[in-house]
Design a protein around this ligand. Sequence first.
Ligand SMILES: [Zn+2]
Length: 237
Amino acid sequence: MQSRRRFIALSAAAAAVTASPLHGMGEAVVAAMPKDERDKLTPAQVIDLMKAGNERFRKGLRVNRDFLREQRDRATGQFPAAVILSCIDSRAPAEIVMDLGIGDVFNARVAGNVANPDLLGSLEFACQVAGAKVVLVMGHTACGAIKGAIDGVQLGNLTGLLAKIAPSVQATAFTGTRSSSNPDFVDAVAATHVRLTLEAMRRDSAILRDLEAKGAIALVGAVYDIGTAAVTWLPAK
Ligand SMILES: [Zn+2]
């Protein structure tokens, strides 16, 4: 509740609230967060906002957004608070499941939320140039790319993508059937893959590593459960 109030308070500062934001979630219209409000947030506060957004989503309590107003407000500039690397899975849209609006976050989506130099460059732009405070790698349950990596699927350009997930399959300690038909194993690999992707980011991006070391950004991981709609945040490194 604390973080929800903070979110609403910050949004209210944008002077786009047509009703008291603390009364009736369905009546207040929130606007995109302005740059000075975004800049004041710590990485931990940004994470709290995303957690609170997922709680709202799970309860069916989305804030009342005027997407056209957000679109107009953002037409001349963007000040996203976070950058997300997530999967293309149609059931795991990060902005929707964390109740975010236009301009709130960057979102890079690629099957299996794999990182490569192009994606690292995107994350570096988001943080170093555009001022995002959090890098979130968000995997999800029942991920088809994870299953494909477990099965060693070979298919066109997908082969190379799945090869980037294969080390996460091998690195997953698991007692039980290590099969793509075992949902628990698939989800365990997804969590491992998020963790190893974060490790690779710290290793391969001096920019992200340095920003994290000085506390300007946080690199965090989470797994979205397509069955329960819950985003489970992985422990910090
Ligand atoms: Zn997926």
